[in-house]
Design a protein around this ligand. Structure first.
Ligand SMILES: Nc1ncnc2c1ncn2[C@@H]1O[C@H](COP(=O)(O)OP(=O)(O)O)[C@@H](O)[C@H]1O
Ligand SMILES: O=C(CO)[C@@H](O)[C@H](O)COP(=O)(O)O
Length: 478
């Protein structure tokens, strides 16, 4: 008899990834992926089409009996009464609503946002996008009957539903909307109404952490569907983070996150107090300029990833004094949605391809360093650092990160940890069909190859140099 299989889907910023694993052991079976448009506003129907391609590339979902979806957080997906998108989804990295975020904080106070939702809104947070919509597109705003997140939309399509009353979400993703309390597990209609001007919207029902929310009729397979997660909570599920284990994710976003048992409330707004996918909390700091800084530098230099890494490693720590302030898309941490970046420290010695390549890596790691400092200030004792995400494949990042952060870094085998995490959730939901209190399956084989530890001589001068350079940037007209 063939073992039951489960699938995890990560609808991320740049692509969708599908991973199929053995439900009992977690052994890898097959995978596929497909690209998303390179934009910060995307028609959500395109994600559904990309998913079909990724499933085909994964060799189909035959044998899969449970599936869950994880996804980029915060994106505002607006649906009309018939379940059709009102406009393209505004993604987490669309900074248009920077002014609305500032206004929402000024109107209610950072303390209230932090204590009620765990998070002081920045442009990434869904509530600020709703405020932007109400102001800029009142006709579209009037047509909005339901608002949901990218993973909610795909879960709903996967179930073959067209009824907005059947939308579901989970606590981890709901906690990034700006109108949900992770502590009570309930929406906060007052905050939704305050942001959008009305609160009579259909919001996805927040499913239990191991609930089957339906069957995967939309994909034509006989499988149950789990509640899914926000992407960072999904990666935490895959890696089974323990106390003090800090996750560094280097995808489109640069993310520092960890699991704690009490909801953090940081009125400075640096640390978002999100929920995780098990009943705990996920303090998180995110930058919007991470792997794409490497892409832009690679394109400018006309090289591939291997050559970019070779160039970077040919320059010394500190890039001969060159500092790259990488605000290519504004920035979220620090909260500078209208900033444009800069390159400082240009001398004859530093104005080289090697220095520029290394400065790009150092810039994104310095961004993670700011996040790490912020979670430490909240009282987190850092026991270990794990590096995942697309750019973690780069040998340059594997050397620059421990050097700049002054800490060894655990390198799990390269993989799709968000998709793996939601596949593990799907196995959990499957187990809960026969034992309602089932534990998260152990999945000893997740991760495959043994982990490596990256070490490098500590280079504290890189962060010192970056800290002097970073405040020297321009602000674009918002
Ligand atoms: N070998 C590599 N070196 C550096 N960056 C890489 C490499 N391979 C992939 N990437 C980066 O990974 C990013 C995609 O990572 P991923 O975690 O899938 O992003 P997201 O989850 O935001 O869609 C791309 O921007 C790409 O630049
Ligand atoms: O906004 C956040 C977290 O708050 C981002 O982490 C998004 O969830 C996107 O993740 P990637 O696509 O960069 O992995």
């Amino acid at each position: 008899m063939t073992a039951p299989l489960v699938a995890g889907i990560d609808t991320s910023t740049q692509s969708v990834k599908v991973v199929v694993r053995d439900a009992e052991t977690g052994a890898f079976v097959r995978s596929g992926s497909a690209s998303h448009p390179n934009a910060t506003q995307v028609d959500p129907r395109v994600w559904w089409e990309a998913l079909q391609v990724a499933v085909e590339r994964a060799g189909g979902l035959d044998g899969v009996v449970a599936v869950s979806v994880g996804g980029q957080q915060h994106g505002m997906v607006t649906l009309d009464a018939d379940g059709e998108p009102v406009r393209p989804a505004m993604l987490w990295n669309d900074n248009s609503s920077g002014r609305q975020a500032r206004e929402l904080v000024a109107e209610l106070g950072a303390e209230r946002w932090a204590s009620e939702t765990g998070t002081v809104p920045v442009a990434s947070i869904t509530a600020t996008k709703l405020r932007w919509l109400a102001e800029h597109e009142p006709e579209n705003a009037a047509r909005v009957a339901a608002v949901c997140l990218p993973h909610d939309y795909l879960t709903w399509r996967l179930r073959g539903s067209t009824d907005i009353a059947e939308l579901t979400t989970d606590r981890s993703d709901a906690s990034g909307t700006g109108y949900f309390s992770g502590r009570t597990g309930e929406y906060l209609p007052d905050l939704l109404g305050h942001a959008f001007g009305r609160s009579d919207l259909v919001l996805p029902r927040v499913a239990d952490i191991r609930e089957s929310v339906g069957r995967a009729a939309g994909l034509g397979i006989d499988a149950i569907v789990g509640p899914g997660t926000g992407d960072n909570a999904g990666a935490a599920l895959a890696l089974g983070l323990g106390p003090g284990d800090v996750l560094l994710s280097v995808g489109t976003s640069g993310v520092v996150s960890a699991i704690v048992t009490q909801q953090p409330a940081d009125p400075t707004g640096l640390v978002a107090g999100f929920s995780d996918a098990t009943g705990n909390y996920l303090p998180l700091v995110a930058t919007v300029n991470c792997a794409q800084v490497l892409d832009a530098t690679r394109e400018l230099l006309g090289v591939d990833y291997d050559e970019l890494a070779r160039l970077a490693l040919a320059a010394p720590a500190g890039s001969n004094g060159l500092s790259f302030v990488p605000y290519l898309h504004g920035e979220r941490t620090p909260n500078l949605p209208d900033a444009a970046g800069a390159i400082h420290g240009v001398t004859h010695a530093s104005y080289t391809r090697e220095s520029l390549a290394r400065a790009a890596f150092e810039a994104i790691v310095c961004g993670l360093g700011v996040g790490l400092d912020a979670v430490r200030v909240l009282g987190l004792e850092v026991a270990s650092l794990r590096l995942v995400g697309g750019a973690a494949k780069s040998p340059a990042l594997r050397e620059v990160a421990p050097s700049v952060l002054g800490h060894d870094i655990v390198l799990p085998a390269p993989g799709e940890y968000v998709a793996d995490g939601v596949a593990r959730q799907a196995a959990w939901v499957l187990a809960a069909q026969t034992d309602a209190a089932a534990d998260l399956p152990a999945w000893p084989e997740l991760g495959g190859a043994p982990v490596e530890v990256a070490t490098a001589p500590s280079a504290p001068h890189v962060r010192e140099q970056y800290a002097l350079a970073a405040p020297l940037h321009l602000t674009r007209e918002g």
